[in-house]
Design a protein. Structure first.
Length: 117
């Protein structure tokens, strides 16, 4: 066998090993992502002081309430001010920054389909 044929065979073998490792790492990553999703859901349930199976209903009802308030003409800034959160518009017209008393900052991108005018 020639030098380059051996080199090619070695490279093919290394590629196969790496492909197996990628497949294994991808499976491990998927498994960890599922565990993260479950842990996040449990953390949210803990935060809302409810059972995990009740979480969907709570999120849905809060989202529906928010949509109704927006439909009544209230802006996100007005809603947050009712909650005692200060608002300030960012230089980007699609981003509004919200700050609470703990100096935390939350940035929301405005819904492009919604008219606040």
């Amino acid at each position: 066998m020639g030098f380059y044929t051996e080199k090619r065979d070695q490279l093919i073998e290394k590629i196969k090993v790496l492909e197996k490792r990628i497949a294994s790492d991808t499976a491990k990553k998927k498994s960890l992502e599922e565990k993260l999703k479950d842990a996040t859901r449990l953390a949210m349930a803990e935060e809302y002081n409810c059972k995990p199976r009740e979480l969907d209903e709570i999120i849905s009802s809060e989202h529906l309430l928010l949509q109704k308030l927006r439909a009544s003409g209230m802006s996100d800034a007005e809603l947050l001010e009712l909650c005692g959160v200060k608002t300030s518009d960012s230089t980007n017209s699609n981003v509004t920054t919200y700050s609470n008393t703990d100096s935390d900052e939350i940035r929301f991108y405005d819904d492009p389909d919604r008219d606040d005018d």
